[in-house]
Write a protein that binds this ligand. Structure first.
Ligand SMILES: [Fe+2]
Length: 393
């Protein structure tokens, strides 16, 4: 029987090679002065920012560029970006890049709209956390990697450099109005970033698929996203110029984004946010180190779905009976095989994490990622989290 569910993801998706050229048509519906946000000056140097500014100008949209954003966007950087945007008089935000740029654009849209520091709107687990309202400026997402799903979700992950907390803010008002998904922009992404972001697609799909908030709609999207990752991620890592593989992964990233926007994430993302907050690790690498262990931890609480993950990765049908080839452990092994094949077998000890960080990571997970922990069908305790960190070390 189909269970009760809610589904609300109000994002217009403009998908396909060359679609960047259409950006102005959509941006002009929301504003006349756009602030383009990127992480660092890279896209200015490659000419992509100038190209986008020209596209916007053709639709009568003036634009400015803000790039002082790091790969794990800091609340201080978002506040400085908001100040820059206020002085420019921006009325619409464009996040151009991977998840960090899009998240930073969302953060700036909230900070300008509410005329407040962004940390007031980050759910750090403290009393007094605020939620973004309709005052949030409109956000346009132009994604240049495949993996974070941020072009579809309302979430923005912001790190507080003082407390080293890395929560995700989000409300019905922080969804991008429009997501431009142009696979041509992804052709030059280097193999290591392709692998790390590509693994993020898989982690989103596994977690949304097995989440307490999963629904029939998100299940179907997760299933397809996992199949596409199995078919195309190795190809894209091997040959970044493979437009068919890039397009397929961009689609899988979009499907996984539509899934986590509603079914959210579970245990692995919850811990990995805290790892990233304390140790500034690369999100996809941290997920790859921990996913096999979080799968083993939770799989008996949702065995059919966990068995299917390995089958979808091999592009086979759903499992109906339990046998040797269709076991839970075989599913984890299939994920581990992919991790090895794409060069993501990097234990936490090689990502700058120290055993002495475990306590702070576990405390952070419980303090501000409690919602994600609760979405996992097996509810992890602090000891469980430390045990998973040890196994991933
Ligand atoms: Fe992620």
């Amino acid at each position: 029987m189909i269970k009760n569910f809610d589904y609300f993801v109000p994002v217009k998706v403009i998908f396909g090679a060359g679609r960047l050229e259409d950006t102005g048509t959509y941006v002009k519906e929301y504003g006349k002065k756009a602030l383009i946000v990127t992480t660092g000056p890279f896209f200015k140097e490659t000419g992509l920012v100038d190209r986008l500014m020209k596209i916007l100008a053709k639709s009568g949209v003036e634009s400015a560029h803000y790039y002082d954003i790091s790969p794990n966007p800091l609340s201080t950087q978002v506040d400085a970006g908001a100040q820059f945007g206020r002085e420019f008089g921006c009325d619409v935000l464009i996040g151009l890049g991977g998840g960090s740029a899009i998240d930073a654009a969302k953060g700036i849209a909230v900070a300008i709209g509410h005329n407040a520091p962004i940390w007031d709107y980050c759910p750090s687990g403290d009393p007094g956390d605020l939620t973004a309202t309709s005052k949030t400026l409109p956000i346009i997402a132009i994604t240049t990697t495949s993996g974070t799903g941020s072009h579809i979700t309302p979430y923005a992950v912001i790190t507080n450099p003082e407390t080293k907390e890395k929560p995700g803010l989000g409300s019905d008002y922080t969804f991008p109005k429009v997501a431009i998904v142009d696979p041509e922009l992804m052709l030059s992404v280097p193999p290591k970033i392709t692998a790390a972001t590509g693994f993020d697609i898989l982690a989103h799909s596994i977690e949304a698929y097995t989440s307490e908030k999963s629904s029939p709609i998100t299940d179907k999207m997760c299933e397809e996203a996992i199949r596409i990752v199995g078919r195309y991620l190795r190809r894209a890592v091997e040959n970044g110029g493979d437009l068919e593989a890039r397009t397929a992964l961009a689609y899988a990233d979009t499907l996984a984004g539509f899934s986590i926007a509603v079914a959210v994430i579970t245990l692995c993302h919850s811990i990995s946010h805290a790892v990233g907050g304390v140790c500034e690790t690369v999100h996809g690498e941290t997920l790859a180190a921990m996913t096999p262990h979080t799968m083993r931890y939770s799989m008996k609480f949702c065995p059919e779905k966990y068995k299917n993950i390995g089958l979808f990765l091999r592009d086979e049908c759903c499992c109906e009976e339990t046998d040797d080839d269709c076991s839970l452990e075989a599913s984890v092994k299939e994920v581990e095989k992919l991790i090895n094949d794409i060069g993501m077998n990097i234990p936490l000890s090689k990502q700058g994490v120290k055993e002495s960080d475990f306590e702070e990571i576990a405390n952070g997970t419980i303090k501000y990622m409690a919602g994600g922990l609760d979405n996992d069908l097996r509810k992890a305790s602090k000891d469980d989290i430390i045990d998973i960190l040890k196994k991933s070390f």
